[in-house]
Design a binder for this molecule. Structure first.
Ligand SMILES: [Zn+2]
Ligand SMILES: [Zn+2]
Length: 151
């Protein structure tokens, strides 16, 4: 998700503060993991993040990237989008939003909550207390529509 420079800065600062509080070194590797995520809008898997990070830092280990992603998700600087297929995808947009998922290329785009904001969603279902919701729409992205001639 493309954030303003100010937002990027404050996410990075939150990350740095947590590293310091937990006694984890705030290394260039960890910094780059968050930078890569903030640069992408397609909800990458951990492997895709790793592929981007290794282009910038060839010595980075997969374990570092994975652990950093989990830490970022835990402190809510990013979120895990586990409902989007079997592989965990990471989302640097932590605001409530919906998703558009391409059936051909697996691309996942954000769809703003303002466009479909259910005022009357149930607050309880079968004893389950509902605190939040998101909707995903599947279909074909612009690129795939052109590529596969879908009209
Ligand atoms: Zn597509
Ligand atoms: Zn998203």
């Amino acid at each position: 998700m493309k954030y303003s420079i100010d937002t990027q800065q404050s996410l990075m600062e939150a990350f740095q503060a947590t590293c310091q509080a937990e006694g984890v070194p705030f290394t260039i590797q960890r910094k780059t993991v968050l930078e890569v995520l903030m640069d992408r809008e397609d909800h990458p898997t951990a492997d895709q993040v790793y592929d981007d990070v290794i282009k910038k830092i060839p010595t980075v280990s997969k374990a570092t990237v994975y652990r950093t992603l989990e830490m970022l998700a835990r402190i809510k600087v990013i979120q895990r989008a586990s409902h989007l297929g079997s592989t965990t995808r990471y989302d640097s947009n932590t605001q409530q939003h919906h998703h558009l998922i391409c059936l051909k290329c697996d691309k996942i785009l954000d769809y703003p909550i303002e466009k479909i904001n259910l005022i009357n969603y149930p607050k309880e279902a079968q004893g389950f207390e509902i605190v939040n919701y998101s909707i995903y729409f599947s279909g074909y992205c612009l690129d795939c529509k052109k590529k596969y001639n879908i009209s």
